[in-house]
Design a protein around this ligand. Structure first.
Ligand code: PLP
Length: 387
């Protein structure tokens, strides 16, 4: 997709732009892994559950992985009975377990208490698994580390080793990294799992290795392929992965227009018609998103800021080749995952319109409106004034 052409074509903003060709390219990498080692592929829909993404992914994957009843229902709506739906969450609710049991094919209990509480309600139709906390940390930032001290995610591997619950389940699940660019953490984690469970793994039907690896950006897949082949060969189990960001991260762009520009304490500020509310991880993790127009050697520094009242609603400082004028467009890249799904209408600014590039043309596939804003904030019985 040529970003400059797209910029020139779009008449309004903010726009969340999806490049379908990039999604297909990412899914093709996963499909090729499946062909080489038999790993089963699930798309973790929480990264971006837009229905077109699910429809594009459907022919490439064995199913979807979900974190809640709503995600499970959406996955079921798209897949029907033709694909697997794997649930992993610390938040299974007693009032939802019956509905979940009718939809999910696999369920990973987060704790021994949840397993004990709910296993009877789901075991007839779903394959039962446990999320294990292998107690091996790879993330520096503890907010991303499922194996941090006092973790809430998964059964402690030492506790599990001492209990006999592994004998009562069909699968185990691990998920311990985020945006990993090599397989070292996976190799170490599986080695630890084998050390603890080698006598038990052969009695299981499956092992889910979770998400967190950016497969399309990792050049050497051989360590992964060898790992999966060996697991399948040694224990006769199915091996799953459930990537989210690896499927949609690079496929998403946020296009914004400059509404205002002025100098503040000697630096140029550009106010955009988007905000960190359209990509909340920018603020949550103080992470600066990539900008298409940025050039290390650019002579025009500018602070790109959002249009809301929050002082810290700022994307960061970038260097441009040309100064930005009011009305110019800028494009944030690599924002397909965990952006639109977390977006909100704080300050009353609507969500970005969603466009899709299919390789030939640009389509507006979703439009936010004042009606949606009202639907969220008017309580029962209050109807919006017609305008
Ligand atoms: C979020 C999550 C995923 C997907 O993670 P990515 O980093 O987007 O690949 C997979 N499995 C579990 C259990 C998750 O919580």
């Amino acid at each position: 997709m040529d970003v400059e052409t797209v910029k020139a074509t779009l008449l309004s903003s903010p726009v969340f732009l999806l490049d379908a060709t990039e999604i297909v390219a990412n899914l093709s990498v996963l499909k090729s892994l499946r062909q080489q080692c038999g790993v089963k592929i699930l798309y973790s829909i929480k990264a971006l559950p837009t229905s077109v993404v699910l429809e594009i992914a459907k022919p490439f994957v064995d199913g979807f992985s979900v974190s809640s009843l709503s995600e499970a229902r959406l996955a079921h709506h798209i897949l029907g009975r033709k694909g697997e739906i794997h649930l992993t969450t610390p938040g299974i609710r007693p009032d939802e377990i019956a509905a979940l049991a009718g939809i999910v094919t696999h369920i990973n209990f987060n704790s021994l208490t949840q397993h004990q509480q709910f296993v009877d309600a789901v075991k007839v139709r779903s394959s039962i698994g446990l999320r294990v906390n292998p107690k091996l940390s790879f993330a520096k930032d503890t907010r991303f580390d499922p194996c941090r001290k006092h973790s809430k995610l998964g059964v402690d591997i030492d506790t599990l080793w001492l209990s006999n619950v592994v004998d009562q389940v069909q699968g185990l699940h691990i998920h311990t990294v985020f945006s990993a660019l090599d397989f070292m953490p996976l190799l170490k984690t599986v080695a630890k799992l084998r050390e603890y469970m080698s006598d038990k793994l052969a009695k299981l039907a499956w092992l889910n290795l979770g998400g967190g690896y950016l497969f399309a950006e990792i050049k050497d897949h051989k360590p992964f392929i060898d790992l999966v082949l060996k697991l399948r060969n040694d224990f006769a189990i199915e091996v799953y992965i459930e990537p989210g960001k690896a499927v949609v991260g690079k496929a998403g762009y946020l296009v914004a227009t400059v509404l205002d520009s002025f100098v503040s304490d000697g630096k140029t500020i550009a106010i955009l018609d988007t905000s960190v509310n359209h990509n909340p991880e920018v603020f949550e993790y103080q992470r600066q998103p990539e900008l298409h127009e940025h050039d290390e050697l650019g002579k025009f520094p500018v602070i790109l800021a959002g249009c809301t009242c929050l002082a810290g609603d700022v994307f960061g400082e970038y260097h441009l080749k040309e100064p930005l004028k009011i009305g110019d467009k800028v494009v944030f890249k690599n924002v397909g995952a965990y952006s639109l799904i977390k977006a909100n209408r704080f300050n009353g600014y609507g969500l970005p319109s969603v466009y899709m590039w299919d390789g030939q043309k640009l389509d507006n596939i979703k439009q936010d409106s004042y009606q949606n804003y009202c639907q969220q904030w008017l309580v029962n019985g209050v109807t919006p004034l017609q305008d």
